[in-house]
Design a protein around this ligand. Sequence first.
Ligand code: WTA
Length: 689
Amino acid sequence: MASANDSVNEHEKELVGWFYPPDKLKSEAYVSSMDQYKETYQKSIDDPASFWGDIANEFHWKIPPNQEKFMDFNFDTRKGNVSIKWMEGAVTNISYNMLDRNVEKGLGDNVAFYWEGNFPGDSKQITYRELLSEVCKFANVLKDKGIKKGDRIAIYMPMINELVVAMLACARIGAVHSIVFGGFSAESLAERILDSKCRILITADGSYRGKKLINLKEISDEAIGMCKEEGFVVESCIVVQHVSRGADNGNSDPPVAKRPCPEVPTHFDDVHGIDCWWHDVMSSVSDQCDPCWTDAEDPLFMLYTSGSTGKPKGVLHTVGGYMIYTATTFKYTFDYHPGEVYWCTADIGWITGHSYITYGPLANGATNVLFEGTPFYPDSGRFWDVVDKYNVSKFYTAPTAIRALMKFGKSVVKKSSRKSLKVLGTVGEPINPEAWLWYYHTVGDAQCAIVDTYWQTETGGHVITSLPGATPMRPGAASFPFFGVVPAIVDEHGNELEGPCEGFLVMKQPWPGIARTIYGDHERFERVYFSKFPGYYTTGDGCKRDSNGYYWITGRTDDCMNVSGHLLSTAQVESALVEHDAVTEAAVVSCPHKEKGEGIYCFTTLMEGVEFNEQLKNELKQKVRTKIGPFATPDIIQNAPGLPKTRSGKIMRRVLRHVAKNDKNIGDTTTMADSSVVDTLFENRPNVN
Ligand code: WTA
């Protein structure tokens, strides 16, 4: 165990300290000791077919998985194409397993979702039986529109029940959903629709985030227009009347008409002649829809994630493996027991929402909170008010939200009871110990276990995480591999390192939830994830292992930035900046940021004679917002008359990261063509940190 130096104060001791699962949690946990974890883990590695086969047996299969041929994979490009298959030949339907199976088990009247709107007082609930009926109806709508198995459907929606209905309706008929986060711009939405040729776009009239109205329908129209210009016709746009319909239960507070926010448009032009309202098409369809029986290896959904080049990757997940993996990780990581209320604050537009709002919880018959709003509206106590309102016992959020709430102080949190809380989860980026301790003490009153869940869009579910009843916690450590996951840390030559070490995090064998390909570009899948270290899946993250075997994620090792838990590629932002006429060259790096974890620091070289001023900076920020979306807005833009380059002309981002951090210790500069540019950059650095 770590020994704290006596000379450090209590607080510093805690930063390197150990925290133990609360006894009450331990006594009821599925996994209640490290010995039990180790034993189960070993079983999952020694005999994956039997371990996952037992779990698969809890689901409904038209044709059950073949134990003999349970999984098959090749991670090594030297031996042939990369391929990953789990339970191929087995036949099931994931919406059947999420809904019909739970209704048959007697959970039909259990609440699947408590919907909590942006405005306190806007709320409603939907049971498993009701959800099944809505899903069947919408599946019939899609069928009426000619949608067949394998067709792609784009979804650009706020956090409302209809979003879950749309996902599961796609899954019911074997269509592949491609959800685009509501914070993406029209251009980003169009790019994603075009890449996978989505036949239908499902959206809503709009959504409030705090007092801000996001006009999803207008953005959708613009995106559909952009697709048309590229020669691709979206056949139909189905629009949920959400904001213009007002509150669902009539008791909204303040009343819709008196809300402190922009007027909601109630009329939309059908600019492309393809629109229909969700409630219209839903009014005349049957609520019975036989599921389409799909192979375990049929595609379930794709979700775009940033790559090191500007073009996003459509990460593809398949039905069977994803189903059993999200179900299992949800159950064990949150130690979810029937009857408990669970709340994940992520947006379904990201993988966290896919796996831990929709699929994982529903597979367990769980009761979920679906939250439309933000942590700060109407005030920064909203999260804790909602926790109390629904008696949430398992709560899952991101370090960026925790850091943003910390600055409002303890008193806001202490106004709430939070007595129901048992497990607090974190995801999206490494959590700094300060934020961890605040989460533990202030939010959890030192009564809860914290689970730091490390995973990726590509991993489908948690791959390194603590388990709440078993793992002694260390602030900032993702801890240990989940069942079935075999991580390794390699050096830059691909040699596996033993014992305590630091290097690149890779995985040696597949677990059921790993992505199968990049939609339409398997070669890119192999290149991005399997070529740097042949024979391994490369995560792109750096990692340390300590003397106790704990894994600590240290951050991205490629040209990706993790801004508020959202991955962005530097290339994506650079290409937006150079689209501005005034910019000849741009280089983007991440910089430390108090709340976002990493901020976006841009260096721009301007055309001769162009003045670098506030107006230009604003235009450049606007360019990035339009091209990618508001969440990618640059934090700092610095004028860079020259950029540090190698003699062969490559921009040295490593050096720029030092400028961004104001760290003059830039190390070896012998390969730099002209080192005087660095001095100029330090001199002209805006006074920010
Ligand atoms: C980072 C989000 C440290 C990591 C689920 C990863 C984390 C990227 C953690 C994936 C964590 C996620 N500790 N880093 N607990 N969770 N990350 O695809 O860099 O949006 O590669 O999936 O987030 O981001 P993605």
